[in-house]
Design a protein around this ligand. Structure first.
Ligand code: 2DT
Ligand code: MG
Length: 213
């Protein structure tokens, strides 16, 4: 049986990730593929609840500590993700380790560099495809604005967008596709489907899932 693929969505808050992620999952399921939808942070686990309290301003965490909790929240899901992929299920994830690196590095804490932030992510399954929904912080804010969560502020979102560019340049980057998220919902959807279909048909089934190195 061909293995499933690992497809992730990345982007700023309000870039349309969640909508497009759901749309892709329905589209692939309707085509008869076995698909599972996940999101990070996964707020349902005990670690995820700590992250949720922090994001909602109900608790404080030292910058390195919250960074490691976000990473731990991915590591606690790895066995299940790998089991799905090995069983032929494609896993589509709303945010992954790129968010993990860039949101922490955007805090401008001198001892929380992008390189430092990336270390705990090494060894995680590498996505077959990362769909980066690119939008400026200004345009994202026009979409009904951000909510009340901790990182939903223009200055931080501006740095996050720049860091997504930086990490793409220094990372492997072969899985990374930038999509102009300022287009209509239908245009964005069409591009995503095209990339996902090409990933599903071209990823060599004999090749195992790679790791983040
Ligand atoms: P959502 O808006 O998607 O629920 O995310 N974040 C996310 C991090 O700082 N590190 C991570 O590893 C991940 C996955 C991005 C909530 C916020 O959490 C940030 C926005
Ligand atoms: Mg959000």
């Amino acid at each position: 049986m061909p293995r499933g693929k690992l497809i992730v969505f990345e982007g700023l808050d309000r870039s349309g990730k969640s909508t497009q992620c759901e749309s892709l999952v329905s589209y692939l399921s309707e085509r008869g593929l076995s698909v599972k939808h996940r999101r990070f942070p996964d707020r349902t686990t005990p670690i995820g609840q700590m992250i949720n309290n922090y994001l909602q301003g109900q608790s404080e965490q030292e910058d390195h500590v919250i960074h490691l909790l976000f990473s731990a929240n991915r590591w606690e899901a790895v066995a299940a993700i790998e089991a799905d992929i090995n069983a032929g299920t494609t896993v589509v994830i709303d945010r992954y380790y790129y968010s993990g690196c860039v949101y922490s590095a955007a805090k401008n804490n001198p001892s929380l560099t992008l390189a430092w932030c990336r270390h705990p992510e090494e060894g995680l399954p590498r996505p077959d495809l990362c769909l980066f929904l690119d939008i400026s912080a200004e345009d994202a804010a026009k979409r009904g604005g951000w909510g009340e969560e901790r990182y939903e502020k223009k200055e931080l979102q501006d740095r996050v967008r720049q860091l997504f560019t930086d990490i793409r340049a220094t990372d492997d980057g072969s899985d990374f596709v930038t999509i102009n998220a300022g287009q209509s919902l239908e245009e964005v959807e069409r591009e995503i489907r095209r990339h996902a279909e090409s990933c599903i048909s071209t990823t060599d089934d004999a090749s195992p899932l790679r790791r983040i190195q």
